[in-house]
Design a protein. Sequence first.
Length: 527
Amino acid sequence: MKTEWLLPPAQRTLPALLRRQASRFGERPCVALPGGEWRHGELATVAARRAGALQAAGVQRGDRVAVMCGNRAEFLETVLACGWMGAVAVPVNSASMGPQIEYLLADSGARLLVMENLFVERLRMADLDRTTLESVWVVGEGSSAAGGIEARVRLHAWPAPGEAVEAADVLPSDTLAILYTSGTTGPSKGVLCPHAQYYWWGVHSADVLDLRGDDVLCTTLPLFHVNALNTFAQASVTGCRVQFLEKFSASGFWPAMADSGATVVYLLGAMVPILLAQAPGPAERAHRVRLGLGPGVPEAAGTAFRERTGVPLLEGYGSTETNFVIATRPDSPRQGVMGWVRAGFDARVVDEADNELPPGEAGELVLRADAPFAFATGYFGQPGKTVEAWRNLWFHTGDRVVRDADGAFRFVDRIKDAIRRRGENISSWEVEQVLTMHPAVGAAAVYPVRSELAEDEVMAAVTAREGAMLAPAELAAFCEGRLPRFAIPRFIDIVAELPRTENGKVQKYKLRERGIPPGCWDRGARA
């Protein structure tokens, strides 16, 4: 780890990081994304002036500001401004529909929402009277198609920057953002991400990737995810440049890498098989990319990717609650594993009573950081969930892994009842809530089944109410507009009853073991 990346403990905050990069990297290009591009030396002023606009709108230190945009300048401005003034950014998944938006607004207590124009119509499906929302700053040109919404909240066009304000005296332990992550037995939880965690994400990721000041980082991942925000942190720490693209396109991926001059790319596990499914062509080699970060990529796919494109992929493990704790490197003794625990962190494999297991035995991965506030500080408004997850002073990941004799960690499966599809975390509980809203549904159990892309597909086992007729296609159509598209079940199985314990709890492990039964309705086959 390069010593020039390290800041004194009291300076591990976003304002200190912005001031440092302005003084050290000044005129170097820093970030480009739709709607804006800035040099390192400009970002402190950008944050200070947008913070001035937030203050003029009544936002104070500690207030939550929700933001729902694509990868565009206004998103990043809002996050930087919140960090500058001591407010808290609340990124919202751009695929969220009315019920999910309502929940996040109500749970976070946000009074201001920064929202891209094309999403405003979704507010019509949210009961805003159950939230604290007062105002919406609408980003983008054209009509918002928001008839009726202005009777409940005030809509304003994205305002001009305000007068620059002084940075708040934020502490490394202060919350920079609340990032919502999939719930397992309930709704999504808001992860309290402090300033120091954001800083350490940048430092540890830059170290794994061996970043240099002349690197160009390029990602299609959305800014509402920790991995994309982390990419910007890497640029802030190292002085390199980052290019955010609007979205992932398999056919346009390599031309985009060439156009951006990218040297480091960021991929999710499902993206690599999709890229490999494209017809080979010269564009796969006509680029400057030297390295990719691809957590969750199957070993065979990673090998094929390197052979075709010349780009080696690094593995790793982290989460919204933790940091870049486990990773491989180009010189690692072997690939096809999650990696080895990094300096500054501890990792163990434990049984159900938190007793450490010997190498070769599968158990839950638990993590701990040496530096203060390198991990999240808990779940917003959920002290019980916080204590449960951080019990015995270790963060419990809910993932089952094996530690080999050489110290490498291998992923086995998820202990938690959550689903990951195309890089998105899906709460089975939230999908079940929508399914059971259908008048013909008696009960529903949602669980993951493996897909051809080495990630999860969403499957639902559903019982019909007595005397009701229930068609899978009708149920899938019912989910449209009520769930993000990625969360709509691909497989729907109408069953007579769900397997349950004596106390009535659904035994999902039996459903997972059953897999996809013959003749099961498949939405993918009808797309």
